[in-house]
Design a protein around this ligand. Structure first.
Ligand code: SAM
Length: 329
């Protein structure tokens, strides 16, 4: 089948491909051919090819492309990407490379509205980061995880799709009828699936925007009647919710130890704490367990149910989870 192609010197191939992609005339249904020093870029409409390349259009018979167009096939290398709803997230230090990847993502078959690059570390009490918007214009999306939908705005709340597997391991421990307090709930990735398993969940977060999304997400997933969403400092919860929790989720890894007195005040007769921590690889669980024992004092017996390395956080540092059962003496 005869297909119009723009023929250019091989070394200019990437620049011209990008230009044609920007003009929206790159024909992704056919393979790009390289013959000796010339690269042939298939185009959809010769009349729409930018003027400077019009005299380079030739008819060729490139092979049809098999399979989906991925960023890797367009770039010639495998970029590191993370997907969150219809957002693709990059972590690139080099702005030129970041833009090149963003263009390839948008030109690929990945269903994507926005490409973001990390522009700061996760910072502050609310654990939010800044983003460079490389393509598209929104930071709000709807992410699906294990059958639940979460609406969120990455520019104003914390969310990490990387932790989905670990969340699922925690969530599947929940039994119907339990009372759970999710002390640092974000937009609800623990609270909502736990409520869907039949738990009554008190979900607290300091970030009012996260709590607005949490409320919306509880409705969206049909569990609003079992989720009590509270905006504010979790240290103020115990007055109303003392001794209620069968289960506590403590997902604030850098400073969870500062909230253990609150956790003990919220714990009922028998309570499992899912305690996230960041520690050195030499002793990933010891400091967390010692902090829990100290906060509990003589009030409860403490037994460890799970010690899990969730992921590597930094060189020699792990993000870990300790599941600990407290039984009142
Ligand atoms: C690491 S994020 C985890 C959010 C959620 N659990 C998730 O997995 O997406 C920690 C959350 O704790 C909240 N936070 C920080 N300090 C808090 C406090 N004193 N009381 C309640 N929430 C707090 C932040 O706003 C943030 O949303």
């Amino acid at each position: 089948m005869s297909v119009p192609c723009v023929a250019v010197a091989r070394e200019r191939g990437e620049a011209v491909r990008t230009r044609l992609a920007e003009a929206g005339v790159l024909n992704g249904d056919h393979r790009i051919e390289v013959i000796e020093d010339t690269i042939y870029l298939p185009v959809t409409d010769p009349a729409a090819v930018p003027l400077e390349y019009r005299d380079r259009i030739v008819e060729r018979e490139p092979e049809p492309r098999e399979g989906p167009r991925t960023p890797a096939t367009l770039l010639g290398y495998e970029p590191s990407l993370e997907r969150l709803g219809d957002i693709v997230i990059l972590d690139e230090d080099d702005p030129e490379r970041a833009h090149e990847i963003a263009e390839a993502v948008m030109a690929s078959d990945i269903p994507c509205e926005t490409v973001l690059n990390r522009a700061s570390p996760i910072e502050g009490e609310l654990r939010v980061r800044e983003w460079d918007v490389l393509a598209g214009n929104g930071t709000e999306t709807t992410h699906r995880e294990y059958g639940h939908e979460f609406r969120l705005d990455l520019a104003s709340v914390y969310f990490s799709p990387r932790l989905a597997t670990d969340r699922h391991r925690v969530i599947t421990q929940v039994h119907s009828g339990e009372t759970v307090v999710d002390m640092f709930a974000g937009v609800g990735p623990y609270a909502i699936p736990m409520a869907a398993r039949g738990a009554d969940v008190i979900a607290c977060d300091l970030n009012p925007v996260a709590v607005d999304y949490l409320t919306e997400n509880a409705e969206r997933n049909g569990v609003a009647d079992r989720v009590t969403a509270i905006a504010g400092d979790v240290r103020e919860l115990p007055a109303e919710y003392a001794d209620v929790a069968d289960r506590l989720v403590m997902n604030l890894p850098h400073s969870a130890d500062e909230f253990l007195d609150t956790a003990v005040a919220l714990a009922g007769e028998s309570c499992v704490i899912h305690y996230y921590d960041i520690q050195h690889e030499d002793d990933p669980f010891g400091p967390g367990l010692a902090a829990i024992r100290q906060a509990v004092g003589d009030a409860y017996t403490v037994s460890v149910e799970t010690e899990r390395i969730v992921r590597s956080y930094a060189p020699h540092e792990h993000n870990v989870r300790l599941d600990v059962r407290l039984d009142r003496r």
